[in-house]
Design a protein around this ligand. Structure first.
Ligand SMILES: Cc1ncc(COP(=O)(O)O)c(C=O)c1O
Length: 194
């Protein structure tokens, strides 16, 4: 059942095959097809209540590509990037690749490994440029509440810190895959205790 859930949907597979067969295989706009960016803008409006013009949207090959592009655009050599632990495995190298310095912040088991505003405050220096937030968290599956996010956002506003938010797991929040993430979270807790 899980294999079916995480496989590429049949509609997407067929659309890919049809696109190749109709020779739409050449260079196109670097930020992605206009139609696709317009569809992404529509999704953000309908599902997230966010107003973005397609011109503010760039399509990428996965999350790491998008995040690395953002880091390349934002990081100057020596800038510090705050990464709450645990984090996605490749973040430190992606930050170092763009000249940044990863600053790892310990989070508490008792708080489901979610970063608090106080933990964030304690890790800020005059070199802090960016904060990574992943919500829901991958690998823990923890989901921040609105209040927790507001408190973090306030600290970032006060200190002129850019929030790099990854929501790659958000589509699964109300779906069965969240159960899988929570299962991983339970396993992680188990390993922390034993
Ligand atoms: C928080 C987070 N960061 C990075 C990635 C890596 O994404 P990709 O393989 O699309 O580059 C994932 C993938 O699930 C993720 O959940």
């Amino acid at each position: 059942m899980l294999a079916n859930l995480i496989s590429t949907p049949r509609k997407a597979k067929n659309a890919g095959i049809e696109t190749i067969n109709s020779n739409k295989t050449r260079y196109d706009a670097a930020p992605g097809l206009k139609e696709l960016r317009m569809a992404a803008a529509k999704k953000l409006k309908i599902e997230n209540g966010l107003d973005y013009d397609f011109e503010n949207i760039v399509i990428s090959s996965g999350a790491k590509h998008a995040i690395t592009n953002a880091l390349i655009a934002l990081v100057d050599p020596g800038d510090e990037v705050i990464v709450p632990m645990p984090y996605w495995v490749s973040y430190p190298e992606m930050i170092k690749l763009t000249g940044g310095v990863p600053v790892f912040v310990d989070t508490a088991f008792e708080n489901n490994f979610k970063l608090t505003a106080d933990e964030l405050k304690a890790s800020i220096t005059d070199k802090t440029k960016i904060l990574f937030i992943t919500n829901p968290s991958n690998p823990t599956g923890a989901v921040y509440t609105k209040d927790e996010l507001m408190a973090i956002a306030e600290v970032c506003l006060e200190n002129n810190i850019i929030i790099l938010l990854t929501k790659s797991m958000s589509a699964f929040v109300s779906k069965i895959l969240l159960q899988v993430l929570l299962h991983f979270q339970m396993l992680l807790r188990y390993h922390c205790h034993h």
